[in-house]
Design a protein around this ligand. Structure first.
Ligand code: HAM
Length: 420
């Protein structure tokens, strides 16, 4: 029997695995600059956590969760997203009582959604993100956008993305708006898709996210949330917009953006590639939530957060022809010509590793031509050849494997020479 991977999952090997790791490291580094702390939560949670938080009306809960009964007949779900688990953990550990507010958590790991696999849409995928809990007003909203853009700057795509945003308002606004949508869609629902019929019952805001082309005319004619915003909502929205304008950040206000999870109120946003603003899947998305923490049992605390899809970011980075900074560390192949040169060669390798280079030592002591062939197959950048002459004269022989230039340099100057 041939074993194959589960549909919608993928392996990361070689350079791809290095890139995923580099993306994670760069993201966590950006988070630490804003004093976000790493927060690990289990991949498994009790299913009810998601139906209560992500919402019965969301596509995720209705059709995409990996849910099963464990041997004790408890309903368990593999996390479809991080926010609910992070908030559960903050509440369960009473972090809001013992830590300085806001609690700032960051995370990176796998998520599971039973979606139709296609480019950029998987059943197991990696998300990175942050949650800031115990915030008031919009300053944390703008701070997380700034953090996300700093991270995008690190990976070279800051000027290649733009933000779509909307403001869903507070509880009162959402209640009034939901009532207006329910009234409007009730008059059209007979001609709409089965999903929309169900959404009308559970959460009419979700109808605005309908992708069925026959329904678009009705959706376009729906009342706009901007007409229902309170004075406070409008002030908050203006504050966010003037922040973005002040920073020269490209954005588009989209009053139809509601996002696929039910817990949002206030700001919602998504990030798209500039060259593909209508891309089916966003690179990242997030927003503000008022009721989520209390829904999970943690009192009256607001929060805001975002998550990005690692595979989607890596695909976009490749499309742009970019390389992640820490993936560009030089790869050096050290070739001792005999066993007698080994300890000297290992000393050289250790100096190079201490200076951040990726180093492989060839222990085969085979013919130089065979070692060069291996170096080529491993896509190394630089060869360091060490024979008895080099050991006796305290030197190494460097060969640029791409440009084919070579020279002998003093062992103590090797890092300086390579950096040149
Ligand atoms: P989301 O929009 O469902 O939000 O997912 C965030 C990101 O995860 C998406 O923008 C996309 O890049 C990636 N993603 C989602 N589904 C898939 C998939 N099937 N395959 C590949 N990538 C995918 C959330 O999950 C919220 N928890 C974000 C948030 C954090 N809101 C507040 N805090």
């Amino acid at each position: 029997m041939n074993y194959i991977k589960v549909k919608g999952t993928h392996d990361f090997t070689g350079v791809d695995a290095e890139e995923l790791n580099a993306l994670q490291s760069l993201f966590i580094k950006s988070c630490h600059k804003y004093k976000y702390n790493l927060h690990y939560v289990p991949v498994m949670e009790y299913s009810e956590l998601y139906s209560r938080s992500v919402g019965e009306g969301s596509d995720i809960v209705r059709k995409e969760m990996y849910t099963f009964l464990d041997k004790g007949d408890r309903s368990i779900t593999l996390r479809p997203e991080f926010t609910a688990g992070i908030i559960r953990s903050i509440v369960e550990n009473k972090m809001y009582a013992t830590e300085v507010l806001p609690i700032k958590s960051c995370y990176f790991g796998t998520c599971y959604r039973y979606e139709r696999p296609q480019a950029g849409r998987y059943r197991e995928f990696y998300q990175g993100g942050v949650e800031c809990v115990g915030t008031r007003g919009v300053s944390s909203d703008t701070e997380i956008i700034s953090l996300l853009l700093d991270f995008f700057k690190e990976i070279g795509i800051k000027d290649k993305v733009f933000i779509k945003l909307n403001y869903l308002g507070g509880e009162e606004t959402r209640k009034n708006y939901s009532a207006a949508l329910r009234e409007y869609f009730s008059g059209h629902i007979d001609s709409m898709c089965a999903d929309c019929k169900e959404r009308l019952e559970i959460n009419p805001l979700r109808i605005l996210d309908c992708k069925v082309s026959e329904d678009q005319k009705v959706v376009e004619g729906a009342p706009k949330i901007s007409e229902y915003l309170s004075e406070e909502d409008k002030n908050n929205l203006n504050e966010i917009i003037s922040y973005l304008n002040g920073k020269g950040i490209k954005y588009e206000y989209d009053s139809g953006l509601v996002r696929g999870l039910d817990y949002y109120s206030g700001l919602v946003f998504e990030m798209y590639p500039v060259n593909n603003p209508k891309a089916e899947g966003a690179l990242a998305g997030g927003g503000h939530y008022y009721g989520l923490v209390s829904e999970i049992g943690g009192g009256d605390l607001e929060g805001v957060g975002f998550s990005f899809g690692a595979e989607r970011l890596l695909t976009y980075i490749h499309e742009l022809g970019l390389t992640l900074p820490s993936c560009s560390a030089k790869r050096i192949y050290v070739m001792p010509l005999s066993k007698e040169c080994l300890s000297y060669s290992e000393e050289v390798a250790s100096t190079l590793r201490d200076n951040g280079y990726t180093v492989e030592v060839d222990y085969s002591f085979s013919k130089i031509g065979a070692m060069f062939k291996k170096a080529e197959r491993l896509a190394m950048d630089l060869g360091v050849i060490i024979g008895t002459d080099e050991v006796n004269t305290n030197t190494v022989h460097l060969k640029d494997l791409k440009e084919k230039e070579e020279k002998t340099v003093s062992k103590t100057d090797i890092v300086k020479e390579i950096e040149k």
